[in-house]
Write a protein that binds this ligand. Structure first.
Ligand SMILES: [Ca+2]
Ligand SMILES: [Ca+2]
Length: 431
C-alpha cells in the first residue's frame, strides 16, 4: 500500500463537471479531480483500494495510525503526520492559496469520515475555560449509587438536635438505585458568579426574569420579621428592589449569583451555546449527585460527620446563625467564616476538584422533580420525569442547615422562583 500525494493540476485537464481550482502546480494529475466534489478536497490515491479523494487519504491514514491524526496547518501548506511505529512521516497534502478555505472543509471531513478519531482518540483536557472565564472540570463517565435509604434512627443519632418528623419525610431520596453516566462531561468547577452573570447580561442583552416581570427577588433585611410576612419566608420579597444584583447583602463579583430563576439559567446556557458553538446546559439531577459524591457514599463528599463541612462548605454555621438566632440549634458547630455567600472556591474541593457542591448556593438542575422518580429511573443517564411543575435544586446554601446539605437531599422550586439562596452551575458537554 502506498500513499501518493496528488498535487493540484492544470485546470484545463479537469474532466467535465469538475470545479476549477487555481493552478499553482505544474504537475498534471487531472484524474485526481474526477468529480467536482472531490476537487474540493485533498487528493490521494490509495493503491490498495484504487480509490482517490479525501476518503481514500483518510482510509490510508486510519490504517497507518495507531490512533490519533495530528493536523498541522499553516498559511500555505496543510499537512498531516501519522505517528507511526517506525518513523513519523509527513505528507504534504496540499499546496494552494486556498488552503484556508479547504482547511475547514477537510477537518470537518476528517471528523466525519474517520468516525471521529480526533474526538474519540484524543484525550479530553482535564479542564477548560470559556469566554466568560468560567472554569470547567472534566467529570468522567461512570456508575454510582444515587439516593439514600438511611433509616430514621441512624439519622437521629447523627442529627440529635432535629425533630424526628424531619427524618420521616425523605421518601424522594429512595430507593437507592444504580445510575450510569455514559458520557464524560464538563461541570463548572465553581458556581456561576455575580461577575460572570453580569458579563452575560451585558453581552447578550438578556433581561433576568426578576427584572423583566417587575416583581423582583428576595433579599436579606435586618429589620424584616418573617413572622409578620404572609408566607413566613425567611427573607423579604418578592420586591423589585431585590434582584440578582441586590440580594440585600453585599456581594463581590466572585461570589455566586443568586435570585436567578431556572429560566435565567436556561437563557445563559443557550447564549453560551450559541456564541461558543459548544453545548451548555444545567446538569441533570443524576449528573449533579454523581459529581457531588465524586465516588463517595457518605452523607457528604467530605464524610458522614456534619462537622466535616466546616472545611468543605459554606452552610448555616455559627457566623450565619447570628442573624437567625431562632434556628440556633440547627447551626453547624463552629465558624466557617461566612455569614452570607462566600467567594466561590473558598472551601476545599471534592475528590474531583469541584468546589461548593455542598453549600454556598443551591444549584438548579435540569430535571422536573417527582417524589417517585427514583423507583422508575432508567439506569443510563436519567433525565428526570417527562413533566412536572417544579424543578430540582441541590446541595444546600449558605443558609442551609447541615442536614439539608447532604449529597442525597433533594429540593425543588417552580422554574420562575428567584431566591437569595438559589444559583446555578453549568455543564458544558464534552463531545
Ligand atoms: Ca456560613
Ligand atoms: Ca452549591
Amino acid at each position: 500500500m502506498s500513499l501518493k500525494v496528488l498535487k493540484k493540476s492544470a485546470v484545463q485537464n479537469l474532466p467535465a463537471g469538475s470545479r476549477a481550482l487555481p493552478d499553482h502546480s505544474t504537475v498534471p494529475l487531472a484524474r485526481a479531480y474526477h468529480t467536482s466534489k472531490n476537487a474540493l478536497y485533498p487528493q490521494f490515491t490509495d493503491s490498495t483500494t484504487k480509490k482517490t479523494g479525501a476518503r481514500a487519504g483518510l482510509h490510508i491514514a486510519k490504517r497507518r495510525s495507531p490512533g490519533i491524526l495530528f493536523f498541522f496547518v499553516n498559511r500555505s501548506t496543510l499537512k498531516y503526520t501519522v505517528p507511526k511505529i517506525t518513523t513519523a512521516r509527513t505528507y504534504t497534502m496540499w499546496k494552494a492559496c486556498h488552503v484556508k478555505a479547504y482547511r475547514t472543509v477537510f477537518i470537518v471531513m476528517a471528523l466525519l469520515l474517520t468516525d471521529g478519531p480526533l474526538l474519540s482518540g484524543a484525550p479530553l483536557p482535564e479542564q477548560v475555560e470559556n469566554t466568560l472565564g468560567m472554569q470547567f472540570v472534566l467529570v468522567p463517565a461512570g456508575e454510582f449509587l444515587m439516593g439514600s435509604d438511611e433509616d430514621p434512627e441512624s439519622l437521629a443519632k447523627a442529627y440529635p438536635q432535629y425533630e424526628r418528623r424531619r427524618f420521616l419525610i425523605l421518601e424522594d431520596e429512595a430507593p437507592v438505585h444504580r445510575v450510569r453516566i455514559t458520557r464524560p462531561f464538563y461541570l463548572g468547577r465553581f458556581e456561576v458568579t455575580v461577575g460572570q452573570f453580569r458579563k452575560f447580561l451585558a453581552l447578550s442583552g438578556y433581561v433576568p426574569e426578576s427584572v423583566a416581570d417587575q416583581t423582583g427577588g428576595y433579599g436579606y433585611n435586618r429589620d424584616y420579621d418573617s413572622a409578620k410576612s404572609r408566607r413566613g419566608d425567611a427573607f423579604e420579597g418578592r420586591d423589585p428592589k431585590y434582584s440578582w444584583s441586590n440580594p440585600g447583602f453585599a456581594q463581590s463579583d466572585d461570589e455566586p449569583v443568586v435570585n436567578v430563576t431556572w429560566h435565567d439559567a436556561q437563557a445563559m446556557a443557550a447564549w453560551l451555546s450559541r456564541t461558543e458553538g459548544a453545548t451548555y446546559r444545567l446538569p441533570t439531577e443524576a449528573e449533579w449527585e454523581y459529581a457531588c459524591r465524586a465516588g463517595t457514599r457518605t452523607r457528604y463528599a467530605s464524610g458522614d460527620d456534619p462537622a466535616t463541612l466546616l472545611k468543605a462548605a459554606n452552610v448555616f454555621d455559627a457566623d450565619c446563625m447570628q442573624n437567625w438566632l431562632k434556628w440556633k440549634q440547627f447551626a453547624l458547630a463552629g465558624r466557617d467564616g461566612f455569614a452570607f455567600t462566600a467567594p466561590v472556591g473558598s472551601f476545599a474541593p471534592n475528590a474531583w476538584g469541584l468546589h461548593d457542591m455542598h453549600g454556598n448556593v443551591w444549584e438548579w438542575c435540569a430535571d422536573w422533580h417527582s417524589d417517585t422518580y427514583y423507583a422508575e429511573s432508567p439506569v443510563d443517564d436519567p433525565q428526570g420525569p417527562a413533566a412536572g411543575t417544579v424543578r430540582v435544586r441541590r446541595g444546600g446554601s449558605w443558609h442551609t442547615w447541615p442536614f439539608y446539605a447532604r449529597s442525597a437531599y433533594r429540593n425543588w422550586n417552580k422554574p420562575d422562583t428567584r431566591y437569595t439562596l438559589v444559583g446555578m452551575r453549568l455543564v458544558r458537554e464534552a463531545r
